[in-house]
Design a protein around this ligand. Structure first.
Ligand code: FAD
Ligand code: GLY
Length: 377
């Protein structure tokens, strides 16, 4: 039977779109996943919901990250009611620490523009920062506190989204790689897999870092998505050293309620290579040690990597390609796919159900690369 909507890729983006479509009344939703849903980048992420802590300036992308962050309290509460899984939304806020002159300059810039634009941000002395986080290094010079920047346990979030799909009849076809889109005239009518075809009235590409490996059939995609490896190390401690997420210009730490402390991350253009390296572990340990010397001295309990989906300008790719009907792209969320999942899901599902186009489809549409230097066209 032809699906109403065929979603390719079962990461946080594909699973969230499937849920939102189901809530809007779509009946036959199918996810096609090359492995198992939720075991790629979305699993590897640190789960930070930090639009303000990460932003150098305002603009459409910043607005989108704020809007998605603001959807999280309802997203998390609804998922818990729907599935019984608490996704670990932690709203205790996020610090940003400065150590060097250059760090202090960058911190002050971030503070000034956000303060001027009316966003909640607090400038703290080193003593104030250490009172809030007693294990912080004595070398901290200044800090910002973003009370609206949070974290979520991304692995619990994926478990909840998978359970939603399971209990609501969303079909998941796993261990099945989509090789090509089937295009009849100018209409995408389904996908080609190793043992045949899967048909859909609408197709959504939520294939993360692998998006550009899929052949379209009639034309090249006007954009390219590349994998960018990010490695994380984790410490497991009986006592919780930190209460908040802490960013620096070099990395971050994310304390989890289960006693783990995550340290991230690298940014490596090494293709589809997911191995972890000793050099990255050393670098991440150094980042942890700068934030808190007592953490840098612990032994690593776990490490992993994931492939972030990156488009040439580092921004998401959302919407359709001119001249091709029945296809919606939702990819290239790069460093912010966990944060952007609720908003992406909402606007893609609205569009598919006929609710119209959100401005993000204009700002981040795939055709913006057609005339750009370095595009695929
Ligand atoms: P994925 O989770 O990679 O899912 C894509 C899915 O598509 C995969 O399951 C894949 O198997 C499937 N697929 C691909 N090709 C095919 C095909 N041809 N056929 C069938 N299935 C296919 N974001 C944040 O917001 N906050 C953070 O703190 C954060 N930290 C991060 C830390 C690290 C180390 C990394 C690596 C990423 C981090 N991110 C963070 C980024 C975030 O993980 C990504 O932006 C997000 O996971 C992208 O979601 P996705 O669903 O598009 O991709
Ligand atoms: N957003 C954190 C990371 O991508 O490492």
């Amino acid at each position: 039977m032809t699906s109403e909507v065929l979603i390719i890729g079962g990461g946080v983006i594909g699973l969230s779109i499937a849920r939102e479509l189901h809530k809007l009344g779509a009946k036959r939703i199918t996810i096609v996943e090359k492995g198992v849903c939720g075991e790629e980048s979305s699993w590897a992420a640190a789960g930070m919901l930090g639009p303000q802590a990460e932003a150098d300036s305002g603009g459409s992308f910043f607005d989108m990250t704020l809007a998605s962050r603001d959807l999280y309290p309802d997203f998390a509460a609804e998922l818990e009611a729907e599935t019984g899984i608490d996704v670990g939304l932690d709203r205790s806020g996020t610090f940003y620490f400065a150590f060097s002159d250059e760090d202090v300059r960058a911190l002050r810039e971030r503070y000034e523009w956000q303060k001027k634009a009316g966003f909640p941000v607090e400038l703290l002395t080193a003593d104030e920062a250490r009172r809030a986080e007693p294990f912080a290094s004595p070398s901290v010079r200044e800090a910002l506190f973003f009370r609206g920047d949070w974290q979520v346990d991304n692995r619990k979030l994926l478990a909840a989204l998978r359970k939603y799909a399971e209990i609501n009849g969303i079909q998941i076809i796993k261990n099945t790689t989509v090789e090509r889109l089937i295009v009849e005239g100018n209409q995408v009518v389904g996908v080609e897999v190793a043992n045949g075809e899967i048909r859909g009235e609408q197709t959504v590409l939520a294939t993360g870092a692998w998006t550009s490996l899929i052949k379209v059939g009639v034309a090249d995609m006007p954009f390219k998505v590349e994998p960018v490896r990010g490695q994380i190390i984790a410490f497991h401690t009986a006592k919780q050293f930190f209460k908040h997420v802490v960013y620096t210009r070099r990395g971050y730490i994310v304390p989890r309620s289960d006693g783990r402390l995550l340290v991230g991350s690298t940014t490596e253009f090494v293709g589809f290579e997911k191995t972890t390296t000793a050099a990255a572990a050393d670098l991440l340990r150094e980042i942890a040690g700068e934030i808190a010397p007592s953490i840098g001295a612990l032994s690593i309990s776990d490490n992993w990597s994931g492939l972030r989906p990156f488009a040439a300008d580092g921004l998401p790719v959302l919407g359709s390609i001119a001249g091709i009907e029945g296809l919606t792209i939702a990819t290239a969320h790069y460093r912010n796919g966990i944060l952007l999942a609720p908003l992406t899901a909402r606007i893609v599902a609205d569009r598919l159900i006929g609710g119209g186009d959100h401005p993000a489809f204009t700002a981040f549409g795939p055709d913006r690369f057609r005339f750009a230097v370095g595009s695929m066209s």
